[in-house]
Design a protein around this ligand. Structure first.
Ligand code: GLY
Length: 433
């Protein structure tokens, strides 16, 4: 009988990204290459895959695998309504890059390059336009420290051969006339586009269903037998206990975002070091024509981004709070976001307040995602995408597809092996502290 609490065995530690532990497949054909992310197709198979989590990562993986003939189930009580629903949709590896994270920048750039084709295929499969906007970003500074910070970012971007240009206040206002005249410096990064995250999620739900993915609107725990994952089964939310029947699967993929470490039935050594990082944001209406591109700024130490949507909405975000799982929208956070946004673009004060929301991002000890095998045979991990789930969906779904299909994974994904923290002293509680 399946057992939710198996004896702890390691069954031989896999190599960082593999093996997956299922039977091998043949007949894969590399098809298209985009910045180290190669889309592949292969022969159809009856391999059963259960994915825990229906966010942008789980859905992208499900859609990708189902297109290739895998029998895929998604288990999520509210698919499409977690962190991906609250995302701003910035495809911004460049604007969000830091000196300390060159590997994350490389992964982000590879995934960014794969996005136009991913978006086109998604639109073709779903009939939904995902609102890809190519206008880039404007980073704005208000004091001398900000100007120094922007110059450093410009240097780093130049170091990576990435397009950028420092602008005077006047040049910035020519580009974005709604910008406050108090803005002192600006950096134009034309390579950071955005998508409408909600249209992306809608498109993925439609495309996955059309490709044959089965949706089970339930919370599940992992089921293991003899130290191997064999499927999932429903968790009763009230009592947090599991109940039959078991959805048997040859392979389970853990893509439960900020909740990944809490999935019942996970052996301790397979528990990913993911913590919830709360983000609150605001959706405003009536902003058609106000901004042409994403504007990011730091004002008196408060960071804010303003992302225009083609439907005339403007997303203002986001807080980053180390408070664990907490979805309360607070008056203070909304006040701070709006106050800062109004300092950057004064006309924001006139817009309609459409929605406030809070969600949990899946943070990791080094801000990078966890992609690959786990110490538990039959369990793959695709989680911990922190602030970059939407951006990293094409690269992650391609990497997981390759792992499932016994194909080599692009080099840019290798630093994000899900077991890189094993034995390093990092655990979830340490990450939260
Ligand atoms: N990616 C935007 C955010 O996490 O706020």
């Amino acid at each position: 009988m399946p057992d939710d609490n198996p004896a702890s065995t390691t069954d031989g530690l896999p190599t960082p990204l593999g093996p997956v532990g299922h039977r091998s497949r043949t007949g894969a054909h590399p098809e298209r290459v985009a910045a180290g992310v190669t889309m592949v197709t292969s022969e159809r198979t009856d391999l059963r895959v259960a994915i825990i989590g229906g966010g942008v990562i789980g859905l992208s993986i499900a859609w990708t695998l189902a297109q290739d003939g895998y029998a895929v189930e998604i288990h999520d009580d509210q698919p499409g309504l977690g962190a991906s629903y609250a995302a701003a949709g910035m495809l911004a590896p460049i604007s969000e890059a830091s000196y300390q994270e060159p590997e994350l920048l490389a992964l982000g750039l590879a995934s960014l390059q794969a996005w136009p084709e991913f978006a086109a295929r998604l639109t073709q499969a779903s009939g939904v336009d995902v609102g890809l906007r190519a206008e880039g970003s404007l980073l704005v500074g208000f004091d001398t420290d900000d100007a120094v910070g922007l110059a450093r970012t410009a240097d780093m971007l130049a170091h990576h051969g990435l397009e950028q240009r420092m602008l005077s206040s006047r040049e910035a206002r020519t580009l974005e006339p709604a910008l406050s005249p108090r803005a002192r410096s600006a950096l134009h990064v034309p390579g950071d586009p955005s998508v409408d995250n909600r249209w992306v999620m809608h498109a993925l739900l439609v495309a996955a269903e059309r490709a044959g993915v089965q949706f089970h609107r339930q919370r599940v725990g992992l089921v293991t037998v003899d130290g191997r994952s064999v499927g999932v089964r429903r968790v009763d939310v009230e009592s947090n206990s599991t109940s039959a029947p078991v959805h048997e699967a040859d392979l389970v993929i853990l893509a439960a975002g900020a909740g990944s470490a809490q999935v019942p039935g996970l052996r301790d050594d397979a528990r990913p070091p993911v913590r919830a990082v709360k983000g609150q944001s605001v959706r405003l209406g009536g902003a058609a024509g106000l901004l042409g591109r994403t504007v990011r700024a730091t004002v008196h130490g408060e960071r804010v981004y303003l992302v225009p949507r083609s439907n005339g909405e403007l997303i203002v975000g986001a807080t980053s709070e180390e408070v664990g799982e907490d979805l309360t929208v607070t008056a203070g956070a909304v006040h701070q976001l709006l106050r800062t946004a109004i300092e950057v673009v004064p006309e924001v004060a006139e817009l309609e307040l459409v929605e406030t929301l809070a969600r949990s991002r899946p943070g990791t000890p080094d801000n990078g995602p966890l992609i690959g095998s786990s110490p538990l045979p039959g369990l793959l991990v695709a989680t911990g995408h922190f602030r970059g789930g939407i951006l990293l969906a094409p690269a992650t779904s391609d990497a997981i597809h390759r792992l499932v299909s016994d194909l080599p994974v692009p080099g840019v994904v290798e630093p994000f092996a899900s077991q890189r923290f094993s034995g390093s002293g990092h655990d979830v509680t340490e990450a939260i502290a």
